[in-house]
Design a binder for this molecule. Structure first.
Ligand code: PLP
Length: 388
């Protein structure tokens, strides 16, 4: 595998940082205990590692350790938050507000709840991908029980105004859930300042292992009740049964700690690389930047290219760069990205989109090579279509 393409798909997943792997390794073969075994040292060792990790993760979002519920990732955390609140509070109201540009792990649970009789408002976004706070205000009803708005979009990287949303929810005593899968360890998150009641996290977008995440569940002011979605041994205060997975949990906490330790300088570096890529690509005519130009995740560049076929462009880039078109999880579908369509794009522009996800291990030299290859691919595709 001498010449694998340059990995530029860090919003689909990231490699495990070697420091994360090193922290995880002792928990596979040596400290392998079940953290629920309270009668012997093996269990205590595992429990101590889980407890330390819980503290690190809680501190990362200004929560208390008891408010962290480990899950298999953000998909499960979103399902637990949305379906768990809906089931626990359905007698109070059956209306939920979310946004058209959410991840499918939010949209699909909402659609499922609609099939059970709940009503869901899917807020539109402005052309820059941000929600309009006035339209949020207008969407509240007396029977609204939950608002779910993501922290950072996985396709276009835009950062929603969480504190402004949180304030509006708190004023009306409506719970506020945020899918922060893309935000944790990359941009500051504070569940107190932002008045967030539930927040979904995952490790694998921030150089941690796949298959581990968490749901933050507020315990005070106000306390959130959740109907569990997995029933069993009563782990995680009854909210999520199943034996905990200490190596993954330790890796998750290490990954988030590393992300936070370097957040500002790494964010600046990634933004410089992003600007470097966009400066070169935007010299061509007919290039569109998708999403707000500055209120977005470091390292995210999502563009639409006029006059080319998205799939042909991906094919041209494939030997040099691993990038994606739309969301990775929907790249097997042929429908254009629901996020880009929500920005008001034509289907043609939505199809002709590329998402570059620049990450911790990318260099300026790699960015230049990818820019050169992308420019050549776009020019030759445009020439070919003119010749036809
Ligand atoms: C990746 C992602 C998810 C899914 O997370 P998993 O841990 O892979 O289940 C959910 N929401 C957003 C915004 C994501 O980027």
């Amino acid at each position: 595998m001498a010449h694998r393409p340059i990995y530029l798909d860090c919003f689909a997943t990231t490699p495990v940082d070697p420091q994360v792997l090193e922290a995880m390794l002792p928990y596979f073969t040596e400290h392998f205990g079940n953290s629920a075994s309270i009668t012997h040292q093996y269990g205590w060792e595992a429990e101590a590692a889980v407890a330390r990790s819980r503290e690190i993760l809680a501190a990362a979002i200004n929560a208390a350790p008891e408010e962290i519920v480990f899950t298999s990732g953000a998909t499960e955390a979103n399902n637990l938050a949305i379906k768990g609140v809906a089931e626990a509070y359905f007698s109070k109201g059956q209306h939920i507000i979310t946004v058209q540009t959410e991840h499918n792990a939010v949209l699909d649970p909402c659609q499922y709840l609609e099939s059970l009789g709940f009503e869901v408002t899917y807020l539109p976004v402005q052309p820059d991908g941000l929600i309009d706070l006035d339209s949020l205000e207008k969407a509240f009803r007396p029977e609204t029980i939950l608002v779910s708005v993501m922290a950072a979009n996985n396709e276009i990287g835009v950062l929603q105004p969480l504190a402004e949303i949180g304030r509006r929810c708190r004023d009306r005593a409506v719970f506020f859930h945020s899918d922060a899968a893309q935000a944790i360890g990359k941009v500051p998150l504070d569940v107190q300042a932002m008045q967030i009641d539930l927040m979904s996290l995952t490790a694998h977008k921030v150089y941690g292992p796949k298959g581990i995440g968490a749901l933050y569940v507020r315990r005070r002011h106000p306390r959130v009740q959740l109907a569990p979605q997995l029933h069993g041994g009563g782990h995680e205060r009854g909210m999520r049964s199943g034996t905990l997975y200490p190596p993954q949990i330790v890796g998750f906490a290490k990954a988030v700690a590393l992300g936070i330790a370097d957040m500002e300088s790494e964010g600046n570096r990634l933004n410089q690389l992003r600007e470097r890529l966009w400066r070169q690509l935007s010299q061509l005519p007919g290039m569109h930047l998708n999403g707000h130009p500055t209120q977005r995740l470091p390292g995210n560049l999502n563009i639409s290219v006029e006059g080319v076929e998205g799939q042909a462009l991906l094919l041209g880039l494939r030997p040099v760069a691993a990038v994606s078109s739309g969301a990775a999880c929907s790249s097997t579908k042929t429908a254009p990205s629901h996020v880009l369509m929500a920005l008001g794009h034509s289907a043609a522009l939505a199809y002709a989109s590329l998402r570059f996800g620049i990450g911790r291990f990318n260099t300026a030299d790699e960015i230049d090579r990818v820019a050169e290859c992308a420019i050549a691919a776009i020019q030759s595709l445009r020439q070919a279509s003119m010749a036809n």
